[in-house]
Design a protein around this ligand. Structure first.
Ligand code: FAD
Length: 318
């Protein structure tokens, strides 16, 4: 399969890509296929599939005691990648996270991906689970995305964990990483965050995908700062159309981003969710047009499982 950087390097045009979430546990894959199908018209080069780590919940046992059980609400990232490749003949980019994985489990997941012919991964740390105040790696797991990149890179050189494997087959993963135009919320300041981003690139990340942003100035400023400190890899802007009134507060609280006054005012003037969705689409079209005019390598859309609004945007842009 083709690597994300090869798609970017071989195209003079801005590419189209999007991210999907695995369905909730117990749901079939058909709804996902139905959401992806209309987007295929715009010839996406790759589809990202997010990974969701386990959460813990307390279940009451018959004797009245509480039992802590692990629950993975959205399993299936690797299987979904394979299913999308099979159904739509498209490259997929599974997200691989540190949280909840030992290095051995990570290695096994990467071996599965390699067997499936999936050569792209987005390497991430993941967030703290709800019951933890801050991110804690598993014992024997990675603390930062940069550690995960080192492991993937070792496998790309044929170095597997713990033991000598004779004539080891080197993997050939193209590694993408996350970047934050409005700073990662845990970083003490923007410059420190950028230094760690540079470290990820120096260790082998070949491109960056940004957190969503609603003000293009933030992206342009971010790219400028990255270039100033010597980050030269492609920086793919990640865009999400606003789609409900509640997202005016939910998005800033989850993703630690700002929403521009003009967008908030336009959304607040809406009387129905449908109207908010339309405002979100129009805002995202304007963002996309300006980014495309500035020759960004790719426009990457966060669908959050529903694609009708991204279809409207893509039909204006691609
Ligand atoms: P890192 O790069 O490890 O950075 C985390 C923090 O530590 C930052 O504050 C950074 O400045 C600092 N830092 C980095 N390296 C070091 C170091 N070596 N020493 C000290 N400090 C350091 N989450 C999921 O669970 N599943 C997903 O599928 C998913 N997909 C995402 C896709 C994109 C495009 C983005 C932008 C985010 C995604 N996330 C996902 C969320 C992501 O996991 C969180 O934002 C997480 O808090 C940070 O991940 P990271 O890979 O950026 O971490």
């Amino acid at each position: 399969m083709t690597k994300v950087v090869d798609y970017i390097n071989s195209s003079k045009e801005t590419l189209f890509s999007f991210e999907i979430l695995p369905p909730m546990k117990g749901q079939g894959i058909q709804n996902l296929f139905n959401a992806v199908e209309p987007l295929m018209e715009f010839k996406p080069k790759f589809v990202d599939v997010t990974y969701h780590r386990e959460e813990y919940m307390y279940k009451k046992r018959e004797n009245g005691l509480l039992e802590k059980v692990a629950l993975r609400k959205r399993p299936g990232t690797v299987g979904i990648c394979a299913a999308l490749m099979n159904r739509f003949h498209i490259d997929t980019v599974p997200h691989i996270i540190c949280g909840g994985f030992t290095k051995e489990e990570t290695e096994n997941a990467l071996i599965d991906l390699q067997f499936l012919g999936i050569d792209n991964v987005l390497a991430l740390r993941g967030d703290a689970i709800k019951t933890e105040a801050r991110f804690n790696p598993l014992e024997g797991g990675h603390s930062y995305a940069s550690d995960l990149i080192e492991q993937i890179n070792s496998m790309n050189k044929g170095d597997y964990l713990n033991y000598e494997v004779e004539n080891a087959f080197p993997t050939d993963f193209c590694i993408g990483v996350a970047g934050y135009p409005e700073k990662h919320f845990e970083a003490p300041n923007f410059n420190v965050d950028l230094e760690y981003l540079k470290k990820k690139v120096d260790l082998g990340a070949e491109y960056i995908v940004t957190q969503m942003f609603f003000d293009n100035k933030k992206y342009f400023e971010f790219v400028k700062k990255c270039r100033e400190i010597g980050i030269t890899v492609p920086i793919i802007p990640g865009l999400k159309p606003l789609s409900t009134m509640s997202q005016l507060t939910v998005l800033p609280s989850i993703f630690h981003i700002d929403l521009p006054c003009e967008l908030v005012a336009a959304a607040k003037a809406c009387k129905t969710t449908q109207e908010v969705r339309q405002v979100g689409v129009e805002w995202c079209i304007e963002q996309s047009k300006e980014l495309k005019q500035n020759n960004v390598p790719c426009l990457h859309y966060y669908t959050m499982g529903k694609s009708d609004n991204v279809v409207k945007i893509a039909s204006e842009i691609f």
